[in-house]
Design a protein around this ligand. Structure first.
Ligand code: HEC
Ligand code: HEC
Ligand code: HEC
Ligand code: HEC
Ligand code: HEC
Ligand code: HEC
Ligand code: HEC
Ligand code: HEC
Ligand code: HEC
Ligand code: HEC
Length: 311
């Protein structure tokens, strides 16, 4: 989109300016097309917060995919000739075509179009229609391009970027039982593809369970004796982000289990001495690990006599 008009510009330039059309030329008279020369921008933008981009993947001139060699800063900021020219008397300097931050920031769609121009497909295959895309989130809401380290790419620094909008998940991560995300050992993007996915909640796996199996493969089975809800969806019992219950459980045991299992099988009224069921007593059901005192293999059992998930 940008290229053809620049080509035209260069043609015009060849006619209008008698001087060499060499972009690297250091001549003080600024000409159109010079905008392609990185140094021309750096003449005015020598702030380290801007020049740091020269040390990133985007400024590898030898990498034709970055277009930095050919287009320079304009590979992202678009045509900037008007921006570089001397502003008219009393007029403000017009910004470059695409501005990613500050008061003259371009519309989200225009900013995203620049990035997607080189990064469509791959991990971004499901960007269109994703919750982030439809909520008008920009690539640059998460990514920075000038700093040498883009915080969102590293496990240690990613979560705060997400937390800036997802306060609920931040609160969950501060609960006693949580995946080691705030500790920097895991990232949100271990379970989610923030660019979108065909799975609900932008999960990385084809299902919730497939997402979990990536690290908890021992829960996959098949088991000789399966526990139906485990095969169905781990989040029936666990919450992924954080819980005040141990092991990320959604609810305290025995109540968690009793959402599905009738209390009449094992009486769990702590102080009712009456009607003790056979093979059990309220005490043994309620103390210590409750149901897990006996049913230890809650994810499934491979023991020949593990039908009751006790071994
Ligand atoms: C002659 C000096 C000069 C040159 C050359 C120059 N800029 Fe600027 N640029 C400025 C000034 C001054 C501002 C601040 C404008 C303002 O605050 O209104 C600015 C602001 C910007 C901004 C922020 C936009 C905004 O309005 O907030 C971007 C992005 C930018 N320049 C990119 C570039 C790029 C890319 C080039 C090279 C193609 C370039 N500049 C060349 C002087 C220059
Ligand atoms: C002209 C093409 C081009 C444009 C435009 C572009 N990129 Fe890139 N980007 C690249 C190339 C090439 C790489 C290096 C890929 C590699 O090494 O495999 C890269 C790398 C990246 C990386 C990984 C960096 C790293 O250190 O691993 C991120 C993140 C990224 N780009 C985001 C963006 C965002 C956000 C935008 C829009 C502001 C953008 N890109 C615009 C070509 C482009
Ligand atoms: C909600 C935050 C978020 C948004 C919005 C976002 N990204 Fe990313 N991006 C990430 C995270 C997190 C990673 C690291 C993924 C990982 O480690 O698996 C990443 C990685 C990347 C990478 C490098 C790895 C790769 O997949 O090649 C590129 C390139 C990239 N994003 C481009 C984009 C572009 C283009 C957009 C806009 C269309 C965009 N991102 C929008 C969070 C985001
Ligand atoms: C890969 C795309 C990309 C390239 C290439 C690029 N920029 Fe940027 N630029 C951005 C993004 C994104 C921002 C918003 C801040 C950030 O992410 O670091 C930005 C912000 C800026 C700003 C405004 C700083 C502020 O106040 O936020 C200036 C000025 C600027 N760029 C100048 C340049 C110059 C000069 C070059 C060439 C040396 C350049 N940019 C190359 C993507 C790019
Ligand atoms: C261990 C995997 C895992 C990690 C790590 C993870 N998530 Fe999730 N996330 C899920 C699952 C599974 C869901 C589906 C909803 C559910 O069942 O609770 C979900 C749902 C969500 C939702 C939708 C609302 C909700 O809570 O249901 C948001 C937003 C979200 N996650 C953001 C994040 C952020 C931000 C991080 C990093 C701080 C993160 N997630 C880390 C697995 C994970
Ligand atoms: C600029 C704000 C912003 C940032 C930063 C951001 N998100 Fe989001 N995210 C949203 C909005 C808005 C939605 C859609 C509304 C909603 O569901 O909360 C969303 C939706 C989601 C969902 C789907 C929620 C659902 O209900 O299915 C997940 C998962 C998610 N974000 C994860 C992340 C992760 C992981 C990061 C960091 C890599 C991140 N987000 C960074 C704003 C943001
Ligand atoms: C990227 C790897 C990864 C993925 C994917 C993953 N986990 Fe984890 N999980 C971990 C790590 C690491 C721990 C912490 C282990 C430790 O502390 O010893 C953990 C711990 C747990 C714990 C025990 C927490 C505690 O407090 O003891 C549960 C329960 C759990 N994960 C469930 C899930 C569920 C459900 C999913 C899918 C939604 C999932 N995990 C996806 C890596 C992962
Ligand atoms: C029927 C409820 C239930 C379902 C469904 C369930 N779990 Fe659990 N999970 C538990 C209970 C109860 C514990 C605590 C076990 C203990 O303390 O001995 C636990 C503990 C864990 C632990 C930490 C201790 C360990 O055994 O490694 C991980 C990891 C875990 N579950 C992962 C998963 C995954 C992955 C899934 C989905 C495949 C899943 N769970 C489905 C009830 C469930
Ligand atoms: C979402 C519902 C659900 C939850 C929650 C649940 N279970 Fe189950 N459980 C089932 C189903 C369904 C079966 C299979 C019943 C059948 O085959 O008749 C089952 C089977 C069992 C069995 C084997 C019983 C038999 O008849 O062979 C035991 C033991 C068991 N569950 C214990 C637990 C414990 C302990 C918990 C709490 C940690 C728990 N369950 C949580 C639904 C659940
Ligand atoms: C003291 C050990 C013990 C504790 C504690 C215990 N169970 Fe059991 N459970 C058993 C035994 C033994 C059986 C097999 C009884 C039978 O075959 O008649 C059993 C059978 C079951 C069954 C199979 C069907 C049925 O109703 O007989 C389910 C479901 C079950 N227990 C769920 C639970 C739940 C839920 C809890 C916690 C509220 C729990 N158990 C606590 C020992 C225990």
């Amino acid at each position: 989109m940008v290229k053809p008009c620049l080509v035209t510009l260069f043609l015009v330039l060849g006619i209008v300016t008698a001087g060499p059309a060499n972009a690297a030329d250091d001549s003080p008279t600024r000409t159109l097309g010079e905008a392609k020369d990185v140094n021309a921008c750096l003449n005015c933008h020598d702030d380290p917060a801007v020049t740091s981009i020269l040390h990133t993947a985007h400024a590898v001139k030898g990498d034709a995919r970055t277009a930095f060699g050919a287009e320079g800063c304009q590979s992202c900021h678009g045509a900037s000739d008007a921006h570089m020219a001397k502003p008219r008397e009393g007029q403000p300097r017009p910004p470059p075509s695409v501005v990613f931050s500050g008061p003259h920031v371009s519309p989200v769609a225009a900013r995203n179009q620049v990035c997607l121009g080189c990064h469509e497909g791959g991990a971004r295959m499901h960007w269109q229609g994703s919750q982030h895309e439809t909520s008008d989130i920009a690539c640059t809401s998460c990514h920075t391009s000038h700093p040498v380290n883009d915080a969102v790419l590293a496990k240690k620094t990613q979560a705060p970027v997400c937390f800036s909008c997802h306060a609920e998940q931040r609160a969950a991560n501060l609960k006693p039982s949580h995946h080691p995300v705030i500790e920097g050992l895991m990232a949100c993007s271990d379970c989610h593809n923030p660019h979108g996915s065909p799975t609900s909640h932008m999960l990385k796996g084809a299902t919730v369970n497939d997402t979990c199996y990536a690290c908890h493969d021992e829960k996959r089975g098949p088991f000789l004796w399966e526990h139906a809800p485990v095969q169905e969806d781990c989040t029936i019992c666990h919450t992924p982000h954080g819980s005040i219950q141990p092991t990320l459980l959604k609810e305290r045991i025995p109540y968690l289990c009793q959402n599905c299992h009738d209390e009449s099988a094992h009486n769990s009224q702590p102080f009712s001495g009456a009607n003790l069921p056979t093979g059990s007593s309220p005490g043994r059901v309620m103390v210590l690990r409750s149901c897990l005192n006996c049913h230890t293999e809650v994810h499934g059992s491979n023991h020949p006599s593990g039908v009751r998930l006790e071994r």
